[in-house]
Design a protein around this ligand. Sequence first.
Ligand code: ADQ
Length: 463
Amino acid sequence: MARLVVVANRVALPRERAGAAGGLAVALREALRRNGGLWFGWSGELSDQPSPTPQIVTAGKITYATLDLNAEDHRAYYLGYANSVLWPLFHYRLGLFEFKRDLFAGYLRVNAAFAAALAPLLRPDDVIWVHDYHLIPLAAELRKQGVQNRIGFFLHIPFPTTEVLTALPGHEQLVEALCAYDLIGFQTATDLRAFADYVVSEARGDMAADGTFMAFGRRGRAGAFPISIDTDEFARVAARAAGAPEMRRLGESLVGRALIIGVDRLDYSKGLPHRFEAFGQLMERWPEHRSRVTLMQVAPPTRGQVAQYRALRRELEGLAGHVNGKYAEFDWAPIRYLNRSFTRTTLAGFFRLARIGLVTPLRDGMNLVAKEYVAAQDPDDPGVLVLSRFAGAARELEAALIVNPFDIERMAEAMHHGLTMSLDERKARWSQMMEVLRRNTVVKWRENFLRALREDTAEKAAA
Ligand code: ADQ
């Protein structure tokens, strides 16, 4: 079978500890190992004069090829266009996106440089799988380099509706570049529909029911491929973690109080201020929960160089301080707010201890924390997932308590409902969600995507 080439902004290098890699990195590595593979992307390093040829590291059957960025490209491509333009816009935050032409130019420049560095490493029958919004123009740039291989793309974040997307200057150029892929994967049917609408109403193209599209003179296929987790493995890790010293410490510190847990990157898409306010309302409207419930929010800072992220951090510190100042007792603080990360194993253990998993993004491609929380539960005493309707995961985890994160009152009610829910109802809801997660794992996701990408290859060859 053909070699697989994975391209992503960041490369999970082999020196990163096995336990630290998430389910996605593990699933991709497995696929690369199978027939030999190449993982290509940014090294995560900055240098004054980066070499245009990648650094190569080989580990077993996998070759890792990485490029450094210079400070200007990092500013324009990564901090700028990817994270201050596409990220807010694709998460429906028109008020936060800051378009400047030089950022778009930097984005295209880095994509072109990546393509120029990758092209010489490719073999004619390689299948190429590109990941995420940093690299939308990569296929178009590879085509300019004469690359004719099958190239697939998976978008990990939402694809916005046409009205939102057209606010982006140069949206035609971006979507035209996207259409250079042979297969475009989205997280949900909603994202796929948004893309189809753009193709038909803006690009005046065609899209058939099977996802085949014709736009900008290019034919391709698009589909929904909801990403997931390694369900059974995560459940095993959580069960094993239950006996670890951290869990004992957490358990002891709670002295019988119920735990509500939130685990997110510190990002404005995750709806953390709304969540803290809703928790404040829970304390206000149901005083019986005071001194009996603790919200633990784990949120390590990300993208600290972007102003909006610094502002969010300050806002959350203020909100947590406000709720704690109002309701804390000398032996109890309502909110434990931790700006740090934990290992996957420790998080899995925390999830299992928590009566409620609070996953309330304002917009999220999928949200794997929701799935991990469910997988981590004790089948005999499962907790309750409170889940935003705007997370891709809500399409699959219908047995969660689904909330609109803009409706603070309703979120507080959902927490109250979760805290008072009968064991029978908790078990029934959890079993339904677990069934979904056992059916659709990260391995299934990977296989479905690669099958679709390769199927087309076979069809082409037969034609
Ligand atoms: P993220 O926005 O990072 O990912 P999410 O899917 O929730 O969001 O998390 C990805 C992984 O990071 C999970 O395995 C999770 O456990 C881990 N993680 C999150 N917060 C953490 C924390 N505080 N400490 C340690 N680990 C943490 C993007 C999209 C999502 C999409 C994923 C995968 O924004 O919508 O689900 O990619 O496609």
